[in-house]
Design a protein around this ligand. Structure first.
Ligand code: NAP
Ligand code: HSE
Length: 440
């Protein structure tokens, strides 16, 4: 580690993922410094074409076409291999190990083909080869499988492992869109591999399935010996017909282990998956991995499986782990403490939302008007009202929903409703959860 308290990161490849990693290292420098106690500095990056316009702007001097000069640079502490492809990526990775540098990668094709060699070379060199971003983009599947679920054996792992295919199938089904049209959008969104047949013919998902099989069962499956099919033959009609059968067609990777005869099987193919399965309801660029463990039962993880930001997030998670190892931190990263100047708890007037209220009231003229007045006095505006007579004792149940307001106003409204003549019981209040939330 050089320069005392900073780690200089060299990024091979400044495309979708490389630029994302650089951007987020810069944007999150403060919080990363807090949890690691050192500065993470994205220092240099390599490209093929220096004249290409980049969305993430950097000083032109940090870019080079000579990846080897980064790997060999004594000022670079840690390398991220984000160029993709096989042979050059393999050579650069081995060279970095030889130079005593750990490597973080998103390159599932390389791991699938040369994982055995690369993991042992890293071990021999006493460095790390970290690959969270290689499977399922932003989903922390590698960590979960290796660490969180360590008590388990896995009779079944299955799921959606390719974001591009799932994005295409979802839009074909939901919008009747054509395969070619959606593929072009997926390219623009940075989901698609440089060699797009990897995505469309199931090979990319198979690379990921091979990695998962290795992590779960400790053996490298040969890609040539398993079923690998892609999505090209799926028509819009197939997707609609599957729905009539209560299913969705998804491109899934399936890894099964039979513990009686100790056989492992793996494959990637389009399949009709019953809609009751979370995997069937995992749409768009989302990936979903269902892990059935002998101890935990079934755990399903879903999240964005491709694209700049989620993938860069996984790369940075690996960088943090590698830096922890370099610093000899054996525990979790430090808990992050912020000062009140940086962040503070929102007050009840700042927490916004919509509410559902149930009131049990005397069913008499003017009662609803009084309730509306109470709410208006507290600056709560009504969105919907419905009243059901209760029958025997001329009382009624009134269900109200509000427009967006805040916790403080609704508390005031409840207090005045409790004291309002004709309101027979304490009002029942529920928050109407909105995943998109309201600003605090
Ligand atoms: P990309 O957008 O095509 O970027 C590749 C970058 O590497 C480009 O900047 C390219 O330079 C550079 N490059 C390629 N060969 C090079 C060489 N020989 N020397 C120097 N630079 C070279 O690819 P990406 O989508 O970021 O993917 C990178 C890796 O991440 C791949 O292994 C991919 O499978 C994996 N991955 C991608 C995603 C995703 O959502 N995109 C998700 C998970 C994993 P130019 O820009 O000058 O051409
Ligand atoms: N092309 C890959 C996908 C990128 O669409 O899933 C993420 O590995």
């Amino acid at each position: 580690m050089n320069q005392g308290e900073s780690i200089r990161v060299g990024i091979l490849g400044f495309g979708t993922v490389g630029q994302g990693a650089w951007k987020h290292l810069v944007e999150n420098a403060g919080s990363l410094r807090k949890i690691l106690g050192v500065e993470l500095v994205p220092a240099r990056a390599s490209v093929r074409d220096l004249s290409k316009e980049r969305k993430v702007s950097v000083d032109p001097e940090v870019l080079t076409t000579d990846s080897l000069s980064i790997v060999d640079d004594p000022e670079i502490d840690l390398v991220c291999e984000l160029i993709g492809g096989i042979e050059e990526a393999r050579e650069l990775t081995l060279r970095a190990f030889g130079n005593g540098k750990s490597v973080v990668t998103a390159n599932k094709a390389l791991i699938c083909e040369h994982g055995e060699e690369l993991f042992s070379a890293a071990e021999e060199a006493g460095v790390r080869y970290a690959f969270e971003a290689s499977v399922a983009g932003g989903i922390p599947i590698i960590k979960v499988l290796r660490e969180s679920l360590v008590a388990n054996e896995f009779p079944l792992i299955y799921g959606i492992l390719n974001g591009t295919s799932n994005y295409i199938l979802t839009r074909m089904e939901n919008e009747g869109a054509s395969f070619q049209e959606v593929l072009s959008d997926a390219r623009d969104l940075g989901y698609v591999e440089a060699d797009e047949s990897l995505d469309l013919d199931g090979v990319d998902a198979a690379h990921k399935a091979v990695i998962l099989a290795y992590l779960a069962h400790g053996m490298w499956i040969n890609l040539d010996e398993i079923t690998v099919e892609g999505i090209r033959k799926i028509s819009n009609d197939d997707l609609l017909e599957a729905r009539k059968l209560g299913c969705k067609i998804k491109l899934i990777g399936v890894i099964r282990r039979n513990f009686e005869n100790n056989h492992v099987s793996a494959g990637v193919y389009p399949a009709l998956v019953p809609v009751g399965e979370i995997i069937a309801r995992t749409n768009g660029v989302y990936n979903g991995v269902s892990l059935t463990g002998t101890v935990v039962g079934t755990v399903v993880l879903t999240g964005r499986g491709a694209g700049q930001d989620p993938t860069a997030g996984s790369v940075i998670s690996d960088i943090v782990d590698v830096v922890k190892a370099m610093k000899g931190m054996t525990s979790l990263p430090k808990l992050m403490h912020v000062t009140p100047d940086e962040c503070k708890a929102a007050t009840s007037s700042e927490v916004r939302g919509r509410f559902y209220l149930r009131l049990h009231v005397d069913d008499r003229p003017g009662q609803l008007a009084k309730i509306a007045e109470c709410l208006a006095d507290s600056e709560v505006s009504l969105a919907t009202v419905s009243q059901t007579p209760k029958g025997e004792d001329s009382s009624a149940s009134i269900i109200l929903t509000t427009h967006e307001t805040n916790e403080h106003s609704i508390e005031l409204a409840i207090q005045s409703l409790e004291n309002l003549p004709g309101v027979k019981e304490s009002p029942v209040l529920f928050r109407m959860f909105d995943p998109n939330g309201f600003e605090a």
